[in-house]
Write a protein that binds this ligand. Structure first.
Ligand code: HEC
Length: 90
């Protein structure tokens, strides 16, 4: 599952995220120390709603000079695999 998550991440997320340093979006390294698994799943599966409604995400957008995350249309299972991959980034 971790391997699958890493592949999905490389294919669909690295345009904006680097694993261990800030790029267009924040680095996912250590993300599970900052955010709940639900937050990460929601951000992957439904960024539009998070951007519109979540105070933490609004704050991040301000810090990222207005850059917003785009929905990559992952399935629930794919998002879960990416979450498991994120758990390994420490
Ligand atoms: C178009 C650029 C872009 C792409 C592609 C993208 N993201 Fe993001 N992501 C962002 C930005 C920018 C943020 C910061 C929040 C915001 O501004 O919307 C973010 C935030 C996040 C967060 C929350 C980070 C935190 O510290 O709370 C997660 C988790 C995340 N992205 C995961 C992913 C995953 C997984 C993918 C691939 C499926 C992905 N992103 C693809 C730009 C992107």
């Amino acid at each position: 599952m971790v391997k699958q998550g890493e592949e999905i991440y490389k294919a669909k997320c690295t345009a904006c995220h680097k694993p261990d340093k800030k790029y267009i979006g924040p680095a996912p390294k250590g993300i599970l120390d900052r955010r709940s698994p639900e937050f990460v799943m929601n951000m992957i599966l439904n960024p539009e709603k998070m951007i519109a409604e979540n105070a933490i995400v609004k704050q991040m957008i301000a810090e990222n000079n207005g850059a917003v995350m785009a929905n990559q249309n992952l399935t629930q299972d794919e998002a879960r695999a990416v979450l498991e991959y994120f758990r390994t980034l420490k």
